[in-house]
Design a protein around this ligand. Structure first.
Ligand code: DQQ
Length: 500
């Protein structure tokens, strides 16, 4: 047996206090989104609700804020809001099939034995050719032992010409284990390959569960490779989420909803999980309430030099609870447990907004806020908010709805005075039914913005205002009037325990 853990307490991870102390002057560091004390985080991995505790593993480089030498970081939570850092779960083993990194994967309960299936990267110099590996944990999920006969497969199925082969989703059905591995089939498109096993260790290839088309751009282009498959029943449907990838330039998660029968999937609808440029590689778990809870990696939107200077990179999204609406839409709402973080709530109602009157919310300011704003749109063509505004409005981020285009959008053109950040406008379709109000549920947390619109459209972005006084909020309309029927705001508390 090979023990996985090279170091029991990763640098900077000894105490939850480290999440605030030392970072007090870091304007960009979130305080109520999960991230490790320092260095690099990317995909959520191995999400599992185990004996009353939520476990979050994640792609982690303990040595630098860059994607390299991937380990599995680990944290747990009783309430889905406050997290405790735990020792690294998986580290590369010199000479092993994961010597170049322990890449993404999942966790399952194998008849009481916590078991991780992940992608071993044999050499960091040859990304693209990973091998499935397995590790088992103790009952508290604190120490992990790699399977002596890793890898579980020496190579991908022989009859497929693959561009990539990695990332795992494993479930049990009628006593048999099934596994999806993300892939890209050369000259075809992204794919999820389906395997089966009796013991999690010996796998037989069946067929692709789903295959994309690299040349099909409507309604959605899904790239050439599908990373991080996540497949699960939801209400009376099945959902497949994949992260569409193309040559390191394209990254976005796509959902497909449909029927699953006889080990084939028949998608009927598809869409973007998040319209922003930040949310990627999501994974989900089911908890004791039967809720399907998803986290995603919020990628940075500033330069590598800025990330190195900050000493950290990558943030986990807030937990999103998934369901399917009667009309078949994928619904996503922030986990209600997050309400525990609310402080100093303010409520307003019936604010008339016109293009000529800028509504500055004088007494609502902040970098850590939750905002719920509901709009009744009269003849306005655009309605929305400007957040993280500097007093002179040289910095501001627009979160708004274009009524004519039926688009939710976030405009970061003036979000930051820095030249080291990405900007531009991200948008996605949101069709309001006749008489339906626009309901924006917004979370601001330093450089993170997450927007939930009418429980069925999400848009996450990263913004990096340079000024410590870029805290203001305006309500605005264009082209006509609208009424803010309700405006509720809260300061949001840190998820990290204060020093004692
Ligand atoms: N990140 C992992 C891969 C996965 C990608 C490596 C998605 O396993 O395909 O850190 O962000």
């Amino acid at each position: 047996m090979i023990t996985s853990t090279k170091r029991s307490a990763p640098s900077g991870q000894q105490s939850e206090m480290n999440n605030t102390v030392g970072h007090l002057t870091d304007l960009q560091r979130p305080v109520y989104h999960f991230l490790p004390p320092a260095n690099w985080l990317n995909d959520p991995n191995g999400l599992i609700y185990w004996h009353g505790v939520y476990h979050l593993f994640y792609q982690y480089n303990p040595d630098a804020p860059i994607h390299h030498n991937m380990h599995w970081g680990h944290a747990s939570s009783i309430d889905l809001v406050h997290w405790t850092h735990l020792p690294i779960a998986l580290a590369p083993t010199d000479g092993g099939p994961d010597a170049g990194g322990c890449w993404s994967g999942c966790a399952v309960d194998d008849d009481g034995v916590p078991t991780l299936i992940y992608s071993g990267n044999p050499a960091s110099s040859s990304p693209g050719f990973q091998v499935p590996c397995l590790a088992t944990g103790d009952e508290n999920l604190l120490t992990w032992t790699k399977y002596a006969n890793n890898p579980l497969m020496a190579s991908p199925p022989a009859n497929l010409d693959l561009l990539e082969f990695r990332d795992h989703c494993v479930w049990k059905e009628d006593g048999i284990w099934y596994q999806l591995i993300g892939a890209g089939i050369r000259d075809v498109g992204g794919a999820c390959l389906l395997f089966r096993s009796r013991d999690l260790r010996h796998w037989e290839y069946m067929h692709p569960l789903a295959v994309g088309n690299k040349d099909r751009v409507i309604p959605l282009w899904t790239g050439t490779v599908w990373e991080c498959p996540d497949f699960f029943p939801l209400d009376d449907q099945h959902v497949l989420i994949i992260s569409a990838w193309y040559q390191r330039t394209t990254h976005y998660p796509v959902y497909m909803i449909g029927a699953y029968a006889a080990h084939h999937f028949f998608p009927k609808d598809e869409g973007l999980v998040d319209y922003g440029s930040s949310f990627y590689a999501p994974q989900s778990m089911v908890d004791d309430q039967g809720r399907r809870i998803m986290f995603g990696w919020l990628r940075e939107g500033w330069s590598l030099d800025s990330q190195r200077a900050a000493g950290w990179s990558g943030v986990m999204s807030l937990p999103r609870v998934l369901s399917i609406a009667l009309n078949g839409d994928l619904m996503m709402v922030p986990a209600p447990e997050l309400e525990r973080l609310r402080r100093d709530g303010q409520q307003r109602a019936n604010i008339e907004v016109h293009p000529t009157t800028r509504k500055v919310l004088e007494d609502i300011r902040g970098a850590q806020l939750e905002i719920v704003v509901e709009w009744q749109i009269h003849d306005a063509t655009v309605v929305g908010l400007k957040v993280r505004c500097s007093p002179d409005r040289t910095e501001e981020t627009v979160i708004a709805y274009d009524v004519q285009e039926q688009r939710l959008f976030v405009d970061r053109t003036h979000a930051s005075l820095s030249q080291e950040v990405t900007g531009g406008v991200q948008h996605g379709r949101l069709v309001l039914a006749d008489g339906e109000h626009l309901k924006l549920h917004i979370f601001l947390d330093a450089s993170v913005i997450e927007v939930f619109a009418n429980d069925r459209a999400c848009l996450s972005e990263r913004v990096y205002p340079t000024r410590s006084d870029s805290l203001g909020i305006d309500l605005f309309t264009q082209g006509g009037a609208a009424t803010v029927t309700h405006l509720n705001t809260w300061e949001m508390a840190s998820i990290w325990a204060p020093c004692e």
